[in-house]
Design a protein around this ligand. Structure first.
Ligand code: AMP
Ligand code: ZN
Length: 678
């Protein structure tokens, strides 16, 4: 059913409300009422309406969460209130000092304590400030030096649990403080992707969250599934809404009603034993959470008392972060084994007697590279200390040299690849040893796994195990073989643990994957040094693929994040006959690259306006006119009709001018038109 303009507008407003509401149910109440598919359908409907009427797009629309154009740099932002840090307690006695100081002062030294504390998780992420004006997200910023931070509004919008507009009852000005986090699962996924691409890994979820929120390209932030939890709020002095709420705990409750996710594991108590056991409970159970915490924060709950206690130069006197001990354990190193990545890089791994660290049983840790093995001087048979603190991947901290047995043995870098047996090379200046055999099974299988991964061809059902099996059976020698699997359908059905149904499912997933976004295609090829981010940058810069194939080192160097080594390597990759053949094969087997639509780059007075041109103009040709209109968000049209907004008239106009006059359409000279683009 087609809607007229006013019906469209009403539907659009309704959709924004509905989507906001379901976002709130999902992220704040944890109680979704509709399926993800239904949500996506509504979002698509809104998107279609906004495409038809771009002038109706508002900053708080749920469609604006995908991220806009990349920024050149971050602007500074002066916080309306100073963003403080927190005082730390590393051991129980330090916490008790804090507790006793406050309770003694307040109860006049008596034994009876009626002071309540809010006990919360100390989220291990990045603090941000969100400013809402009239219920709409106006600015988001990082802490910076506490007085001036960096503006990251577009990035913050991509975080789905940050409300873009608030539920009813909000004050006209609101500053909300909270933590941006990356859940462990997303962190592991991201690092795996980076490892396969040969990109540097993030040390822990906190670094990953910080690196993701401080991305100049908001699309990358949107890709990394970040979360937000609120833990503080400030309003203007005369605010009636929050001003009358007497406790921190209740303020948090009110924030939740307005649409902010807050911790479900906060507790309010005035009893010391309860506070001590809160700390103990979470120190022991931190691994049961989907995110990292590095302690608990204990805050005086009464706002009046908070105000009385005040601040010192760096932190409030009414709160303390009581940190957890980093989880460390000693164990015996049994072996150092080598794994081979898809770039042929050989990584040494420590294998040790199983130990339990803050809840998780671990028996392996990466040693990163052979420089690290040297630095630690770690030998098989040694007693080593392993640590897991914030870092999800355990690491070997040191060797207990005094406990070294006389038969401890050094492990040298391998001379031949542990998988294919070919000679191993060490590139000059790099710490990595590599197997350069392009047909090394570890390399081929690794590349294949990357090829089908999420931001590449995204083929569900073609997991590590199946790739290995198909490879051994000789079905998968090169990428294009994936798209030829359907010719082997009958054989596949006969395989052990396969059946008609699962084969059908796999083959249809493969068919579906043939249509692929341009940047994902580049990423899938698995070039050295080229991960997700560089793939995106290359796709933006070299359009279509033919341009990328021809790109030379100097052109490549103009792409953000591409240095000399990377540019050389990309150039060499596309000059290589075999690689060219591989790309041709893919295209021949039906792979179709989807190029990005031309984006609306600039919004202007002609955004969303339908515009026709007649005659000859000085500044532009007819084709350029179309491009110009599109670039500034307008819609170029050929013929004058009553839904055209403007006719631009050059020299020697044709009959279009008469028709436009007849229909009462606004007429612009080419100068007036160009002025509207300012
Ligand atoms: P620190 O970085 O050690 O100075 O600790 C202060 C930081 O702890 C703040 O800037 C916040 O980013 C963070 N934080 C995490 N959880 C909380 C919480 N529940 N309340 C206040 N701050 C928190
Ligand atoms: Zn090898």
């Amino acid at each position: 059913m087609a809607l007229n303009k006013s019906e469209s507008k009403a539907r659009l407003e309704e959709l924004k409300k509905i989507l906001n509401y379901h976002n709130y149910r999902y992220y704040v109440l944890d109680d979704p009422q509709i399926s993800d598919a239904e949500y996506d359908r509504l979002l698509k409907e809104l998107d279609a309406l906004e495409k038809a009427f771009p002038e109706w797009i508002t900053q708080d629309s749920p469609t604006q969460r995908v991220g806009g154009e990349p920024l050149k740099n971050f602007e500074n932002f002066t916080h309306p209130f100073k963003m403080y840090s927190l005082a730390n307690a590393l051991v129980e006695s330090e916490f008790l000092d804090f507790y006793q100081k406050i309770t003694k002062e307040q109860s006049g030294g008596g034994l009876f304590n009626s002071i309540s504390f809010s006990c919360e998780h100390k989220f291990d992420g990045l603090a941000i400030e969100l400013i809402y004006e009239d219920g709409k997200l106006a600015h988001a910023s990082t802490r910076g030096n506490g007085e001036i931070g960096e503006l990251i509004t577009t990035n913050a919008k991509t975080i789905k649990s940050i409300p873009l507009r608030l539920n009813e009852g909000f004050p006209s000005f609101l500053a909300v403080y909270g933590e941006v986090l990356m859940f462990r699962e997303e962190f592991l996924r991201l690092n795996q992707e980076r490892e396969e691409a040969g990109e540097p890994l993030f040390a822990n979820p906190r670094n990953a969250a910080a690196g993701s929120i401080r991305q100049l390209d908001p699309k990358i932030t949107a890709e990394r599934k970040l979360k937000f939890y609120a833990y503080g709020v400030k309003t203007s002095a005369d605010d009636k809404v929050f001003g009358s709420i007497p406790s921190h705990y209740e303020k948090m409750d009110f924030l939740k009603r307005l649409g902010f996710p807050v911790s479900k594991n906060a507790m309010r108590s005035g009893r010391l034993e309860e506070i001590l056991s809160y700390h103990k409970k979470w120190e022991e159970n931190r691994d049961s959470l989907p995110y990292e915490i590095d302690g608990v924060v204990i805050k005086v709950d009464s706002i009046a008392l908070q105000e009385e206690l005040g601040f010192d130069a760096k932190a409030p006197k009414w709160a303390i972060a009581w940190k957890f001990k980093p989880a460390r354990a000693q164990t015996k190193l049994e072996d150092i084994i080598f794994t081979v990545g898809r770039q042929g890089t050989i990584t040494p791994n420590a294998v040790f007697q199983m130990v339990s660290l803050s809840g998780a049983s671990i028996s392996r840790a990466t040693l990163h590279n052979f420089d690290e093995v040297e630095r630690l001087d770690v030998r098989i048979g040694d007693t080593i200390e392993v640590e897991r603190s914030g870092e999800v991947i355990p690491k070997v901290v040191r060797v207990i040299v005094e406990k070294r047995p006389s038969n401890a043995v050094k492990k040298d870098p391998p001379e031949s690849c542990p998988v294919c047996g070919e000679r191993v090379f060490r590139e000059e200046g790099l710490s990595a040893y590599r197997c350069l055999n392009a047909s090394c099974p570890a390399v081929v299988k690794g590349k294949m796994r990357h090829f089908v991964s999420r931001n590449a061809f995204n083929i569900e059902g073609l997991g590590e195990e199946i790739i290995s099996r198909f490879f051994e059976l000789g079905y998968l020698k090169s990428f294009a073989d994936i798209f030829r699997l359907k010719e082997k359908q009958d054989e596949l059905i006969e395989l052990d643990r396969f059946g008609e149904k699962s084969v059908q499912k796999l083959l249809s997933a493969i068919e579906k994957a043939k249509k692929i976004d341009y940047w994902c295609f580049i990423n899938a090829l698995g070039l050295d040094y080229v991960g997700e981010e560089t793939s995106r940058a290359l796709a933006d810069r070299f359009l279509p693929l033919a341009k990328l194939l021809e790109a030379k080192e100097p052109d490549l160097l103009t792409v953000g994040g591409v240095g000399e080594v990377v540019a050389k390597s990309i150039d060499a990759f596309f000059q290589n006959e075999e690689n060219r053949g591989l790309i041709d094969n893919l295209l021949e087997s039906g792979v179709e690259i989807i190029y990005p639509e031309k984006k609306i780059v600039i919004s202007s007075k002609i955004s969303g306006k339908k515009i026709v041109f007649t005659g000859k103009a000085e500044g532009f040709s007819r084709d350029e006119f179309g491009e110009l209109v599109r670039k500034y968000g307008g819609i170029p049209a050929e013929n004058v009709s009553k839904n055209v907004d403007y006719l631009v008239v050059g020299e020697n106009p044709g009959s279009k001018l008469d028709k436009a006059k007849e229909l009462g359409i606004k007429i612009l000279s080419d100068k007036e038109f160009q002025e509207m683009l300012q």
